[in-house]
Write a protein that binds this ligand. Structure first.
Ligand code: ADP
Length: 309
């Protein structure tokens, strides 16, 4: 499968590298505003190919994206000193306007997979700018937050993260909601499983896991300025689900017509992802507190998108 990546910075190059290591793409094309950067990243990633999976990796202009089935958009501009969030968002929305005019011109049948942050808002921008069906424009959303939640619960229960089914919903950011009440391990509710293995989910455990999931990006940014490997691997995983029509359940960010009373908002919910993009959106059963938190998260995202667009 041919995969395009627009924005060859840290996130764009990491997803290219992850795609090569996993053998997900037959061809990868990197496009950047700065062609020298795209060229250098493509060459560097191509040098990993002999140690990984056969993949053609190259840099190019937008015309080189022709025939791409998935285009990952990881382009963006850095925040200027003193710049507020809305102004940064406005500049990033303008970048997306330019990028999507080009992807629409050369690869209108592609799925657009959005990685730029704030990912929920940028996915909404991409959806509106592209005019494509909502199933084919979605963002990485809380895929990584969900992975961290499952991993931490797995550690606590001493069980594989793959056997933990637990989701992070809403915004990929401060207002995200850890759906504790619907979490399962194997076929048991989380609390039943935890009691059976003698590792109860106390308030202290909840708080610790919540903080670790919610604060992970902040901790990494403190240490290295930004995050890229985890999200690169997560994006490659999404591309694999598309390529193989896996119909895997993942928390990606996409438009939903209504959630908790908020209409037409783009956020993360568990979704069935396959060849056609988002095939189904699942509405989880939530506790009152979780539903209230999800409504607040959705409301905030809807308001931000309305102010911007
Ligand atoms: P991140 O850590 O999110 O990857 P970077 O700043 O490393 O952030 O990467 C963002 C990339 O997006 C940069 O390489 C930048 O040149 C690129 N970019 C910015 N504007 C555009 C644009 N209009 N078209 C294509 N690429 C762009």
């Amino acid at each position: 499968m041919k995969v395009g990546i627009v924005g060859a910075g840290m996130v764009g190059s990491s997803v290219g590298f992850a795609l090569v290591l996993r053998g997900v793409a037959s061809e990868i094309v990197l496009v950047d505003h700065n062609p020298d950067l795209a060229q250098a990243q493509a060459e560097d990633i191509a040098h990993a190919v002999p140690f990984a999976q056969p993949t053609r990796v190259r840099a190019g202009g937008y015309d080189a994206l022709e025939g791409a089935e998935v285009i990952i958009i990881a382009a963006g501009v850095p925040q200027k000193p003193g710049e507020d969030r809305m102004s940064l968002l406005g500049r990033n929305a303008a970048v997306f306007g330019d990028v999507i005019a080009e992807t629409n011109r050369v690869a209108r049948d592609a799925i657009l997979l959005i990685a730029s942050n704030p990912v929920d808002i940028m996915t909404e921008v991409a959806l509106q700018a592209s005019g494509l069906p909502a199933a084919r424009v979605f963002g990485s959303g809380t895929i990584l937050d969900t992975a961290r939640f499952r991993y931490l619960l797995g550690q606590h229960l001493n069980v594989a993260a793959q056997s933990v089914h637990a989701y992070v919903l809403g915004e990929h950011g401060d207002s995200e909601v850890l759906a504790w009440s619907s979490a399962r391990s194997g076929c048991e509710t989380l609390t039943d499983f935890a009691d059976q293995v003698g590792a109860p989910i106390t308030d202290a455990v909840r708080q610790e896991v919540d903080q670790k999931v919610r604060r992970a990006a902040y901790r990494i940014i403190e240490g290295k300025g930004a995050t890229w490997y985890g999200i690169g691997a997560g994006l490659a995983r999404i591309v694999q689900a598309i390529r193989d029509d896996q119909r895997a359940v993942m928390t990606v960010s996409a438009r939903v017509s209504e959630i908790e009373g908020i209409h037409d908002v783009t956020l993360s919910l568990p979704r069935v992802v396959g060849r056609a993009g988002v095939a189904e959106t699942l509405i989880p059963h939530l506790s009152f507190a979780e539903a209230t938190a999800l409504r607040a998260s959705a409301g905030m995202l809807r308001e931000t998108a309305q102010k911007l667009l």
